[in-house]
Design a protein around this ligand. Structure first.
Ligand SMILES: [Zn+2]
Length: 320
């Protein structure tokens, strides 16, 4: 699908050992082995459970300098609008709903207006920030490790390219900091959370959404669970380890939601596809018709998405 796809599994020299991201222990046991089911790149990736605190994380991991090879143009969050061809209007409708749901979630915890400042960490092409800017008039800032400048959806967004904790963003500045499916990719979540605390106003809110390991979809799909997303996902959080991580970083948990803005159905569909494809990679353009057909069929289940603990979780934090 892409010229950038490596043809060989990653060489052992591209991996490095890593201690537990939460407690620093290097005592661990095997948890699960995964493949890159989404793009079908070769290689197997190992997740372990920390014997000290219970966090599940990838060990060894690909060195940070080479993980970008796994975020090529097929990576869904980075896709340009036009990549979807005739399905572009449908795709935009779905993504629009996604951003509306994020807005609805954060608006329960913060009142945003023209005086507010909002930061999105791992902002991709910035559609969420664009919505916040247009609907609430807030000043918006986004960080992503990919250089995505030039995207129309980043217009008016103070976009920073690079690692979040290396950015100069001032202190106690933001009313809202969001991390939508960012923390599970992070190579240094403790440093990220410390930085988030430093840039957040005392009354501000940090909203984090990640896949939920102790969910129905993981029980269904096991080593083909889309939330494994190897090798990009460094950590796999269950409810307990997510709460422990933010509390250790000095945050107070304001609320916990057993769902997210990202559609659980995406995991239900792609997990089933990954089971069939067995690591050959999912061609999203070909899968799009079955995708929407399945969504229609599962409508009765998806009406109860927020009650069923299907795939995602969100934690809302404040400063102590
Ligand atoms: Zn640990």
């Amino acid at each position: 699908m892409s010229a950038a796809r490596p043809l060989e599994p990653p060489a052992p020299s591209l991996f490095e050992a890593v201690a537990c991201y939460c407690c620093g222990s290097d005592s661990r046991s095997d948890f699960i082995t995964a493949e890159d089911d989404l793009t079908g790149k070769p290689g197997t990736f190992r997740f372990v459970r920390c014997e000290s605190c219970g966090l599940v994380y990838q060990h060894p991991r690909i060195v940070i300098e080479r993980i970008t090879d796994y975020y090529d143009d097929e990576y869904i969050a980075h896709r340009k609008k036009t990549d979807w061809g005739v399905l572009t209007p449908l795709y935009e409708h779905v993504m629009g709903k996604h951003d509306r749901d994020k807005d609805r979630t954060v608006s329960r915890y913060v009142t945003l207006d023209a005086h507010s400042e909002v930061l999105d960490v791992g902002c991709a092409v910035g559609t969420f920030l664009q919505r916040i800017r247009q609907r609430h008039g807030s000043r918006v800032c986004g960080v992503d490790f990919k250089d995505l400048r030039g995207h129309a959806s980043l217009e008016g967004v103070d976009f920073r390219q690079g690692l979040f904790y290396e950015q100069d963003l001032g202190s106690e500045r933001f009313d809202l900091v969001t991390m939508w499916h960012f923390l599970e990719h992070d190579y240094d979540p403790r440093r990220t959370l410390a930085k988030a605390s430093a840039v957040l106003k005392q009354s501000g809110r940090l909203v984090i959404e990640v896949p939920r390991l102790d969910s129905v979809s993981f029980k269904l799909y096991g080593d083909r669970w889309p939330g494994l997303q190897a090798p990009q996902h460094t950590t796999l959080y269950d409810k307990q380890s997510l709460l422990r991580m933010v509390e250790r970083a000095g945050f107070e948990v304001i609320d916990y939601l057993p769902y997210g803005s990202f559609p659980a159905y995406f995991y239900l569909f792609s997990g089933a596809a990954f089971r069939v494809l067995k690591g050959k990679g999912l061609n999203l353009s070909k899968a799009i018709y079955p995708y929407f057909a399945g969504q229609l069929a599962l409508t009765p289940v998806l009406l109860f998405e927020k009650q069923l603990n299907l795939a995602m979780q969100t934690v809302v934090c404040g400063k102590r």
